[in-house]
Design a protein around this ligand. Structure first.
Ligand code: AGP
Length: 607
C-alpha cells in the first residue's frame, strides 16, 4: 500500500524523509518520490522502483540544508507504475502525496483542460482542485476543507504550499494518517514505523480532520474549520522490534516469534485455563443468545476465519458463515437481530473489511473485531475488539498474526461454548491445558529442525504448479498454505478439499506434479490415503504434512513433514507453522524477495 511521510523541523529533512520511506517499504510499492522546500521554492524528485534509487537521485538533486517536505511510496492504483505517475503531484502552488482512491476523479477532471494533466493519476486531480481552491481563498485550511467536500473515496493527503514554507498540511478520510510529535520536529505519516526512530508520541487523525504542522506546533481542524483539541498517544512499540534480529528475513523472524506471541496472547485472554476476555469485553451478555456468527475478512485473515468457523461449530455448536469482505459488503447478507459479526484484520485498516464493518454497524449487528494493530480504524469502530498480541508484523506475508488469530478464535469458541453450556468448565480447562503445549513444546520443536522443510522446498522450487489437499480444518489450512506459497514463491497453486480433487482438477495431475497432503485429523487418515493414491497413481509427487501416528499416510509419501507428538488440539496450529516454513524455504530456494513480494502490499487500504 502507498506510504506517506512529511516532516518539518530542525533536522535534515532530506535524510529523514528518505529513511522514513525506507521504513515504509515493507508496505509494498512500485515507485517513490519527495518534495522539499529549498531556497528556490519547492523542488521535487521521483523514481520508478526502489527507495534506494530515490536516495541516489535525491543526494545530487537537493541541497543539504533542507528542513521541510513530503515523501511517498506508491502502490499503483490509477496509472501504471512510472516516474511520471509517482507522487508527489501538484502545481507551482501546491504539492501533495496521497494514499487511497478518489472515486469521482474523472468527473472532477472534466473541470480542467485535459492538456493541463501530465499523469494518469487520480492524485493529480486532487492537486488541481486544491490549487484552484487556494487561488480563490488564499486560505490553506479553507482550501483543503473545500477540496475535501468535493472528493468521494478514501484518501490520506500530505500537502505543502509553495508560499507557506516550513509548514506541512494533512487531510484524512478512511485511509489512516498520523502526526508524530518529536523534540526536533513534527511528522505526518500513514504508519507509525515511518517516524518511530524519532518519536513514539503521536496523534491519530480522524476522518475529516485537516492538520497543520510546523516544527513546533500541531493544529487540527474539523470539516467546519473549527480547531479541535489534540489527543496525544504513545506507541508501546520501540524501534528495535522492526529490526530483523539476526534473521535473514522478517518472515522467518516472525515465524520464530510464534511461540512467544501465542503465549502472550494466551495469557491476555485466559485465566486459570479458562477464557477471559474481560480486558475488552467486560460483560458476558455480549456472547449471549447468539444466532448465527458471520465471519468477515480478507486473505490470510479470512483463512483464519475458516479455522474459526471449524472451532466455533465444533465446540460451541453455533452456525458460522464465512465470506470475503469484498463480497460480503455487496451481497445483501441475510442477517438477524441476534447474529454476531466477527471482523478479522491484522492491520485493522483493510478497506473492504472496514466497509463491511460499517455496513454491519449500520444494521445494528453486534460486531467483534480480532485485530493486531492497537487503535486501528477497525478496532476503533467495532462494538468490541479482541487484540491479537502478535506484535508488529513487517513481512507482507502474514504468519504469526495468522497463528494468533486462529488462537483467539479457538479460545473464543470455548468462551461461547461455556456461555451456551456445550462444554463444562472442567472440559474447557482440560482443552486449554492441552492446547497450551502448542506454544510451550510443539512449535518450538518444529522450529528446532527445519531440515524437512528444506528437503520439501527443493522439490517444490522446481515446479510451476502445486496442489494442496486436506479434509475438514486441514482443507482450510490448505487454503492458507496455498496463499502463502503463491505470495512469496510465485508458484501457481490451488487448495482443494481432498474429496473434491477428483471432480475435475485431477485432470491437471501429471508426472511430477507436487501434491501437498495435509493430514492431521485422525478420522480422515483412511480417506486421505485413498485421495493420495488417486493422484499418486497419476504421477503426483506427494509431500505430506501429517501427525506422528499417520503411518498410512507417511508410507505412501515421497517427502514427509511430521508434526511433533502433541494433543490433537495443537495440530491445527503446529501445522500452520509447518506450512509457513514450507513456503518460506521454497521461496528462499528460489531467491525470491520474501519480505516484499512483487505486486503485494501489507495493508490494502483501497478497494
Ligand atoms: C497475508 O499473507 C496477505 N498479505 C493478505 O492476504 C492479508 O492477509 C489481507 O490483505 C488482509 O489483511 P488484514 O489482515 O490486515 O486485514
Amino acid at each position: 500500500m502507498c506510504g506517506i511521510i512529511g516532516y518539518t523541523g530542525n533536522d535534515n529533512a532530506k535524510e529523514i524523509i528518505i529513511n522514513s520511506l525506507s521504513a515504509l517499504e515493507y508496505r509494498g510499492y512500485d515507485s517513490a518520490g519527495m518534495s522539499l522546500f529549498t531556497d528556490n521554492g519547492i523542488s521535487t524528485v521521483k523514481t520508478q522502483g526502489r527507495v534506494s534509487e530515490l536516495r541516489k537521485k535525491a543526494s545530487v538533486h537537493f541541497p543539504e540544508n533542507t528542513f521541510c517536505g513530503i515523501g511517498h511510496t506508491r502502490w499503483a492504483t490509477h496509472g501504471k507504475p512510472s516516474e511520471t505517475n509517482a507522487h508527489p503531484h501538484g502545481t507551482d502552488n501546491v504539492m501533495i502525496v496521497h494514499n487511497g482512491i478518489i472515486e469521482n476523479y474523472k468527473e472532477l477532471k472534466k473541470e480542467f483542460d485535459d492538456s493541463l494533466f501530465y499523469s494518469d493519476t487520480d492524485t493529480e486531480v486532487i492537486a488541481k482542485i486544491l490549487d484552484k481552491e487556494y487561488e480563490e481563498t488564499h486560505d490553506p485550511i479553507k482550501s483543503i476543507i473545500n477540496t475535501h467536500k468535493r472528493l468521494k473515496g478514501s484518501y490520506a493527503l500530505g500537502i505543502i504550499f509553495s508560499d507557506i514554507p516550513g509548514t506541512v498540511f494533512a487531510l484524512r478520510k478512511d485511509s489512516p494518517l498520523l502526526i508524530g510529535t518529536g523534540e526536533n520536529g513534527m511528522f505526518i505519516a500513514s504508519d507509525i514505523s515511518a517516524f518511530l526512530k524519532h518519536t513514539n508520541k503521536y496523534i491519530r487523525l480522524e476522518d475529516g480532520d485537516t492538520a497543520m504542522i510546523t516544527k513546533d506546533s500541531v493544529r487540527i481542524f474539523d470539516t467546519d474549520g473549527n480547531e479541535k483539541s489534540v489527543k496525544h498517544e504513545t506507541a508501546q512499540r520501540n524501534a528495535d522490534e522492526i529490526q530483523k534480529g539476526g534473521f535473514s528475513h522478517f518472515m522467518l523472524k516472525e515465524i520464530f516469534e510464534e511461540p512467544d506471541v501465542m503465549k502472550d496472547t494466551f495469557s491476555s485472554i485466559t485465566k486459570d485455563f479458562l477464557p477471559d476476555f474481560s480486558e475488552t469485553i467486560s460483560d458476558d451478555s455480549f456472547f449471549a443468545d447468539i444466532g448465527t456468527i458471520h465471519i468477515v475478512a480478507c486473505g490470510t485473515a479470512l483463512h483464519a476465519g475458516l479455522m474459526g468457523k471449524y472451532f466455533i461449530e465444533k465446540l460451541a455448536k453455533t452456525p458460522v458463515t464465512t465470506e470475503t469482505a469484498g463480497e460480503f459488503r455487496y451481497s445483501e447478507p441475510i442477517l438477524r437481530a441476534n447474529d454476531m459479526a466477527i471482523i478479522i484484520s491484522q492491520s485493522g485498516e483493510t478497506a473492504d473489511s472496514l466497509a463491511a464493518l460499517r455496513m454491519l454497524n449500520e444494521k445494528n449487528i453486534r460486531t467483534l473485531s480480532v485485530v493486531n494493530t492497537q487503535g486501528s480504524t477497525i478496532a476503533e469502530e467495532s462494538e468490541k475488539v479482541i487484540y491479537t498480541l502478535a506484535g508488529r508484523e513487517i513481512a507482507v506475508a502474514s504468519t504469526k498474526a495468522f497463528n494468533v488469530q486462529c488462537e483467539v478464535l479457538f479460545i473464543l469458541a470455548l468462551k461461547i461454548a461455556l456461555v451456551k453450556n456445550t462444554l463444562t468448565s472442567d472440559e474447557t480447562k482440560n482443552i486449554l491445558h492441552s492446547f497450551s503445549t502448542v506454544f510451550s513444546n510443539s512449535i518450538p520443536s518444529i522450529l528446532k529442525n527445519t531440515a524437512p522443510f528444506e528437503k520439501a522446498a527443493k522439490i517444490l522450487s522446481e515446479c510451476n504448479n502445486a496442489f494442496f489437499i486436506g479434509r475438514g480444518y486441514d482443507n482450510y489450512l490448505g487454503q492458507e498454505a496455498s496463499l502463502k506459497l503463491k505470495e512469496i514463491t510465485y508458484i501457481h497453486s490451488e487448495a482443494y478439499a481432498a474429496s473434491e480433487l477428483k471432480h475435475g482438477t485431477i485432470s491437471l495431475i501429471e508426472d511430477g506434479t507436487p501434491v501437498i497432503a495435509i493430514a492431521t485429523d485422525k478420522k480422515f487418515f483412511e480417506k486421505m490415503r485413498s485421495n493420495i493414491e488417486e493422484v499418486k497413481s497419476r504421477g503426483a509427487v506427494i509431500i505430506s504434512v501429517c501427525c506422528e501416528d499417520a503411518d498410512i499416510i507417511k508410507e505412501i509419501s515421497d517427502c514427509v513433514i511430521t508434526l511433533p507428538s502433541e494433543p490433537s488440539y495443537c495440530h491445527p496450529f503446529s501445522a500452520a507453522t509447518a506450512i509457513q516454513l514450507l513456503a518460506y524455504y521454497t521461496a528462499l530456494e528460489m531467491g525470491r524477495d520474501i519480505d516484499k513480494p512483487r505486486n503485494l502490499a501489507k495493508s490494502v487500504t483501497v478497494e
